[in-house]
Ligand binder design. Structure first.
Ligand code: 13P
Length: 250
C-alpha cells in the first residue's frame, strides 16, 4: 500500500497576518506537487487570512495547537469548533516546544488528540527524544511510551487517518538533521508500535513524518525512506526553499 506523502510547514510564532498573506501568495506557485498533501500550520491569528490567500490552491491551512475543552472560561485558548468553523483540517498536537514551554504532557496530548478526532480534525501528533535520551539508548522506549499515551482510546479507524511527526528535539532549529538511518529507524519503530496497539492495516495506513532541520538538500533522501511519509518543517517552511522541499521527488 502506498501512502500519500504529507509535507507540512510549522510557522511557529512567526508572521503577522499581513506577512502571512504575502508568504502564502509567494509560496503558492512553488508548492504545487500532486503527489503530496501540502499543509501550512500557522499561528491562530493568521488562519483566516492565510485560508483566504490559499483559496483555489493545493495548500491546506492547519493550526499549531488547540485546546481540549469545547468552550468556556479558558482565556487565550482556541477551541476545536473555532478551527472547524475556520475550515481547518489539520492541527499540530504536542509539539516539543509546547511540552517544554507550555507544560503539555502526554496526558494533555491524548485529550487533544481525542478532541481533534471528535471534531473531524486530523491531528499531527508530535513525539521525539532529547539528546540525553538518545545517548542513554532509550529513544525507542521513550517514543513508544509517548505514542501509546497519545493514542489511548483512539479507535483504529481514527488512527488510520492520523499523522505522527517524529521530531528529535536535538535536531529542531539546530541545523543538525538526523541521519536518514536514524530517522528511518525511529519512524519504522513508531509503525511497529502502532501495529502493536492496533493491527497491521492501521500501521500501514498511518502517515509518519520526520521533522528537525529539514532542508531542500536533506528532503529527497529522507522522504523516500520506506517508513517516512513526509516532513514537518520549521525554519525552511518560511522561505522559497519550501517549494523545493515539497518537490523533493522532482
Ligand atoms: P526546524 O525545521 O526549524 O528545525 O523545526 C522543526 C520543527 O520543530 C517543526 O515542527
Amino acid at each position: 500500500m502506498s501512502r500519500k506523502r504529507i509535507i507540512a510547514g510549522n510557522w511557529k510564532m512567526n508572521m503577522t497576518p499581513s506577512e502571512a498573506v504575502a508568504l502564502v501568495n509567494e509560496l503558492k506557485p512553488l508548492v504545487v506537487n500532486e503527489d503530496v498533501d501540502v499543509v501550512f500550520c500557522v499561528p491562530a491569528i493568521d488562519i483566516i487570512p492565510a485560508m483566504e490567500a490559499a483559496k483555489g490552491s493545493n495548500i491546506c491551512i492547519g493550526a499549531e495547537n488547540m485546546y481540549y475543552e469545547e468552550k468556556g472560561a479558558y482565556t487565550g485558548e482556541i477551541s476545536p469548533n473555532m478551527l472547524v468553523d475556520a475550515g481547518v483540517k489539520y492541527v499540530i498536537i504536542g509539539h516539543s516546544e509546547r511540552r517544554e514551554y507550555f507544560t503539555e504532557t502526554d496526558e494533555t496530548v491524548n485529550k487533544k488528540v481525542l478532541k481533534a478526532f471528535e471534531h473531524g480534525i486530523t491531528p499531527i501528533v508530535c513525539c521525539g527524544e532529547t539528546l540525553t535520551q538518545r545517548e542513554q539508548g532509550i529513544t525507542i522506549d521513550w517514543i513508544h511510551q509517548q505514542i501509546k499515551i497519545a493514542f489511548l482510546n483512539v479507535t483504529a479507524d481514527q488512527a488510520k487517518t492520523a499523522v505522527i511527526a517524529y521530531e528529535p528535539i536535538w535536531a529542531i532549529g539546530t541545523g543538525k538533521v538526523a541521519t536518514t538511518e536514524q530517522a528511518e529507524e525511529v519512524c519504522a519503530a513508531i509503525r511497529v508500535c502502532i501495529g502493536e496497539i492496533y493491527d497491521e492495516a492501521t500501521a500501514e495506513a498511518i502517515r509518519i513524518q520526520y521533522g528537525g532541520s529539514v532542508s531542500a538538500s536533506s528532503a529527497p533522501e529522507l522522504f523516500t525512506q520506506p517508513d517516512i511519509d513526509g516532513g514537518l518543517v520549521g525554519g525552511a517552511s518560511l522561505k522559497p526553499d519550501f517549494g523545493k522541499i515539497v518537490n523533493y521527488n522532482k
